[in-house]
Design a protein around this ligand. Structure first.
Ligand SMILES: [Zn+2]
Ligand SMILES: [Zn+2]
Length: 355
């Protein structure tokens, strides 16, 4: 590793992602982010993971010296402080409400980084932490809709692979991602919940809609899990008088979804809890939700007291599997097919009570 600090000092902007800061450092030194970091950490595959999501502290300490910025400040530019508030990871390893990148070698398979085209066109060509949050749809400063893809070719935004040493250019087609045209999201409730949840990320504690701040993220995430399956989504929208829309995928996960689908889900959620608990009960009844729909989900107190009033739901006993095929039958299957079929038939008849 080469000692000292980097020749050009690049400031770390407010709410800037660590990855964005590194990309700008590389470009300021006239090279690509891959070459730049490889110069200081030869052979270390830094860009082959979501570097904003986790932190290697030894690496961060070394980076602090090179960049001339305290390690604590660099760590604050990662998603770790947000992850600590958003709650424990889901079963597939995703962080609740944080857009999942799905890194595969050099590519990002999902649209996990949003951006404000007006921020970019105004010259602030860096990427912010809040653009990784699934419930953020509108630039707090400009009030226009964020985008989650190149407007020309539809590729996910991957600033560390952008063309022309400019992080605000699409890495696939080179199109400048900035644009002056203002677009606003019209869905009622979506912006309200963006503000409520962004407020809940900051201190001091306050109420987030009908929920106290400490439970807001867990309640929102659990409700999103419940309302996402198509039939439930349709029934709830109908019950809360929202226009009916079809979700594109049957098994959608909020953290993997595109911005338009996420906005639909948040719109449904906002209307479902708008007049808590009246609207919640109406939607739950229309979708025939039972306590079982919530059984694997986090249930903070406010949610639990409502879930406990839902019907129990039918408990399917998955533990009972009739044992027909044992070793004796397996042996017969190999050696004597007709004896195998006879024994198997007799056992099945016994099971259904015919003999
Ligand atoms: Zn903006
Ligand atoms: Zn493009």
């Amino acid at each position: 590793m080469i000692g000292g600090t980097w020749p050009y000092r690049v400031p770390l902007y407010e709410d800037e992602l660590l990855s964005s800061f590194l990309v700008r450092n590389a470009y300021a030194h006239g090279t690509t982010p891959y070459c730049f970091l490889n110069l200081y950490w030869p052979g270390k595959h830094i860009w082959n993971r979501d570097i904003d999501r986790t932190v290697d502290h030894d690496w961060l300490d070394a980076l602090a010296i090179l960049a001339g910025i305290p390690a604590a400040q660099l760590e604050a530019s990662t998603l770790l402080p947000l992850r600590a508030i958003l709650g424990s990871t889901l079963r597939n390893g995703d962080t609740p409400l944080l857009l999942s990148a799905s890194v595969f070698h050099r590519t990002r398979r999902r649209h996990s980084l949003q951006f404000c085209p007006i921020c970019l066109v105004e010259g602030r060509r860096w990427f912010r932490r809040i653009w990784r949050l699934g419930f953020v749809f509108v630039c707090p400063e400009h009030g226009n809709a964020l985008l989650d893809a190149c407007p020309k070719c539809g590729s996910p935004v991957v600033p560390h692979r952008s063309l022309g040493l400019d992080p605000s250019r699409c890495h696939q087609c080179g199109t400048f991602l900035g644009n002056e045209a203002r677009e606003t999201l019209l869905q009622t409730g979506v912006l309200e919940w963006q503000n409520l949840l962004l407020g809940a990320l900051s201190s001091p504690p306050r109420l987030a809609g009908p929920f106290v701040q400490s439970e807001a993220f867990a309640v929102v995430r659990s409700l999103l899990s419940v309302l996402t399956p198509r039939p439930v989504h349709t029934a709830i929208r109908e019950a809360v008088h929202l226009p009916l829309v079809a979700l594109p995928a049957d098994r959608l996960q909020f953290e993997h979804a595109r911005i338009r689908e996420r906005a639909l889900l948040m719109e449904t959620l906002a209307a479902w809890v708008a007049d808590w608990p009246v609207t919640f009960r109406r939607g739950a009844h229309a979708a025939r939700l039972t306590q079982r729909a919530f059984r694997r989900l986090t249930q903070p107190a406010t949610l639990r007291s409502e879930v406990e009033q839902l019907p129990l739901g039918i408990a399917r006993d998955r533990a009972y599997v009739p044992k027909v095929l044992d070793n004796q039958l397996r042996r017969l299957a190999r050696k004597d097919r007709s004896a195998y079929r006879a024994l198997r038939a007799r056992r099945l008849q016994e099971l259904v009570g015919l003999v």
